[in-house]
Ligand binder design. Structure first.
Ligand code: ADP
Ligand code: MG
Length: 230
């Protein structure tokens, strides 16, 4: 089943007299429960593409279906509701709330978006803490954690709502190589366990080898698709 389908997708930004074509005529498909990476140098359009898939921004042209919804028709409010229901995000700089504990950071989307009853929230958060190897650290604050631990919390937060799709924009850029590798392995094991589709971006040649499907971006063009392993 295809979870994301883009045809002739384009995105341009206008800056005064200049128009930057960040994505030029991209066609791609992302299958359910796949582990996909968009790879390219800085400025090649990775964030732009992930923001389009995540309904954080609207394309300038072409079609984009996410989870069988034509997301180009969603207004701001509908896009926010759609994101809250179906999509999890992991960021380069972790984006944890500093005054909240690990537990509360993971609870945040359940409270803010999905308003689940307390017992269900607790069970779900404990399951996620366990899954990311942070069961003992729920009471810590983000500033008491290493970078790798922070990213584990972010992965748990992205998945706690049962998101079908997790978008991770350069999730390993602020981590040393061993930690980066372990975060990618964690995401892959979460995919195996929960069937979540993961899409991440990177410009790290070693990290990109961990993807099962690789799309290469160069100056806004999606130049090839490569399946590295089954
Ligand atoms: P990457 O994530 O691969 O570094 P981006 O998607 O951030 O690439 O950027 C792609 C191109 O679009 C770059 O030329 C960048 O300067 C431009 N761009 C990105 N966001 C904006 C914006 N909000 N306004 C104007 N130009 C932008
Ligand atoms: Mg970027």
């Amino acid at each position: 089943m295809s979870l994301v389908q883009a045809n002739h997708l384009r995105k341009s930004y206008r800056m005064g007299e200049v128009t930057v074509e960040a994505i030029k005529d991209a066609d791609f498909t992302i299958q359910a429960a796949s582990f996909v990476s968009f790879v390219g140098p800085s400025g090649s359009g990775k964030s732009t593409l992930l923001n389009l898939i995540g309904c954080l921004d609207q394309p300038s042209g072409g079609t984009l279906r996410v989870l069988d919804t034509d997301v180009t028709t969603l207004d701001r409010k509908a896009a926010a509701a759609f994101r809250g229901e179906h999509i999890g995000f992991v960021f380069q700089d972790f984006n944890l709330v500093p005054v909240l504990s690990v537990y509360e950071n993971i609870e945040y989307p359940l409270l803010m978006v999905q308003n689940r009853p307390p017992a269900e929230r607790k069970a779900r958060i404990e399951q996620m803490l366990e899954a990311v190897g942070m069961a003992e650290l729920g009471g810590k604050r983000p500033d008491q954690l290493s970078g790798g631990q922070k990213q584990r919390v972010a992965v748990a937060r992205a998945l706690v709502t049962n998101a079908k799709l997790v978008l991770a924009d350069e999730p390993t850029a602020n981590l040393d190589h061993d930690t980066a590798y372990r975060i990618i392995e964690l995401m892959k094991s979460m995919r195996d366990e929960f069937g979540t589709t993961f899409v991440f971006s990177t410009h790290d040649a070693k990290i990109m080898q961990e993807a099962e499907v690789l799309y290469t971006l160069e100056d806004g063009r999606l130049s090839c698709e490569e399946v590295t392993h089954a």
